[in-house]
Ligand binder design. Structure first.
Ligand code: HEM
Length: 297
């Protein structure tokens, strides 16, 4: 049995950095995998840092072909109805750092960037932080329908005996909010768009078919584990969607549904926020990552 990377399940951290990397030389994919595998968090009980690392599926299938869930592929542009597009901005690797404060993450990230000099560059950097404990920047509580940490590993991790065992599929998508438009809506209209009440996150009994929770209904599409975070500045901000699942299909199906491709109904939320980025990464098990250099030189 292989173990999922523990940072996936480390809730409650107040600072996050997502670094998406491009190889400087496409031939050096093994070197990048080995460099990422050799990363270690600082040894401290107090100011610790969680590290979660993943790879472009096509890159990982090249360097560890026996560890790849079948059919997993990088993000492709998704064109929905009414001209709505989710763009692909796939990169070679992701390192997600989370911890108690930004300064420790800054130092660790800074060191990694310097260590990777000449091998890979940061193509996309996002700094995230929680807003009012558990709300996203729409003002709604985010994560209500998440599984508990007892149940999450079963949803997130590729089961024993399957290629990619102990690994997971990560969908990372940065959504920028049209805050002025969203805030011009009444609370009632916002609740209709989300499908839940704003204050307490109670699901509406008569939620509209285009509400966000109707369009991402896990009973229909399968269950996922979300670690979304607000990102940005006071003038430009949104939601970093961070979703994990043992399979790609539920995540992809939710995106298609939000874009209106499932039944011609587009997610109301997509009228007030739109994705700037889109990438899938395979996040291997701790053992496969740690043993990478030794097992697969
Ligand atoms: C700007 C982007 C997004 C925002 C602000 C947002 C916010 C929310 C909020 C407030 C909820 C209701 C509470 C909860 O259960 O968490 C929710 C539910 C959910 N969202 Fe999102 N979300 C966004 C994008 C996405 C995307 C891209 C996906 C899928 C790929 C997704 C999947 C889900 C799922 C699965 C649920 C639970 C649905 C259920 O009730 O079964 N969300 N989201």
């Amino acid at each position: 049995m292989k173990t999922g990377q523990s940072g996936i399940f480390s809730l409650g951290t107040s600072s996050h950095v997502y670094l998406e990397w491009d190889l400087s030389d496409a031939q050096r994919d093994r070197d990048l995998a080995a460099a990422i595998a050799s990363l270690r968090e600082p040894r401290t009980t107090i100011g610790g840092v969680n590290l979660v690392s993943g790879f472009r599926p096509e890159l990982w299938s090249k360097v560890a072909p026996d560890d790849m869930p079948s059919g997993l592929h990088g993000f492709r542009d998704l064109t929905g109805i009414e001209g709505f597009v989710m763009p692909a901005t796939q990169h070679d690797a992701i390192i997600w750092l989370s911890g108690s404060a930004y300064d420790v993450l800054f130092d660790v990230a800074h060191q990694i960037i310097s260590d990777f000099h000449g091998l890979a560059t940061v193509a996309e950097e996002t700094v995230s932080w929680p807003y009012r404990h558990d709300r996203d920047l729409t003002g709604f509580i985010d994560g209500t329908e998440n599984p508990s940490l007892i149940d999450a590993p079963e949803i997130v991790l590729v089961p024993d005996g399957q290629p990619g065992e102990g690994g997971t599929v990560l969908l990372l998508q940065k959504w920028i909010h049209d805050t002025a438009q969203w805030e011009s809506l009444s609370v009632h209209a916002q609740e209709q768009a989300m499908g839940r009440t704003k204050q307490d996150s109670i699901e509406l009994t008569d939620k509209p078919p285009d509400s966000h929770v109707a369009r991402t209904d896990q009973d229909q599409f399968g269950h996922v584990f979300r670690r979304n975070m607000p990102f940005g500045t006071t003038t430009r901000h949104g939601t970093m969607f961070v979703g994990f699942c043992a399979e790609q299909r539920p995540l992809a199906a939710m995106l298609e549904s939000m874009a209106g491709l499932t039944n011609g109904v587009r997610d109301a939320l997509t009228r007030y926020t739109h994705p700037l980025t889109g990438a899938y990464y395979f996040v291997p098990s701790t053992e496969r990552l740690r043993g990478f250099g030794a097992v697969d030189p």
